[in-house]
Design a protein. Structure first.
Length: 75
């Protein structure tokens, strides 16, 4: 299965596990949006290109709803 061009939302993407997942998704050609509040993660963990970074929390329903709705529209 190819991820090329797929829109993917990664929550907690600036942490250790999330950032490695993000890097792999970018290598596979996915369009990645990272949502992270940077409580434990760091922006420097993420690639410099190929992603959209949104600083915010999964505990903020309007932000999550907006990002999920946008990802679904992009399919």
């Amino acid at each position: 299965m190819s991820l090329k061009g797929s829109r993917v939302l990664v929550t907690g993407g600036a942490g250790f596990v999330g950032s490695n997942l993000v890097k792999r998704l970018v290598q596979e050609g996915a369009r990645v949006t990272v949502l992270d509040d940077l409580f434990t993660g760091r922006r420097e963990n993420l690639p410099d290109h190929g992603i959209e970074f949104v600083e915010g929390s999964v505990c903020d329903p309007p932000t999550v709803e907006h990002l999920v709705a946008r990802a679904l529209r992009a399919k």
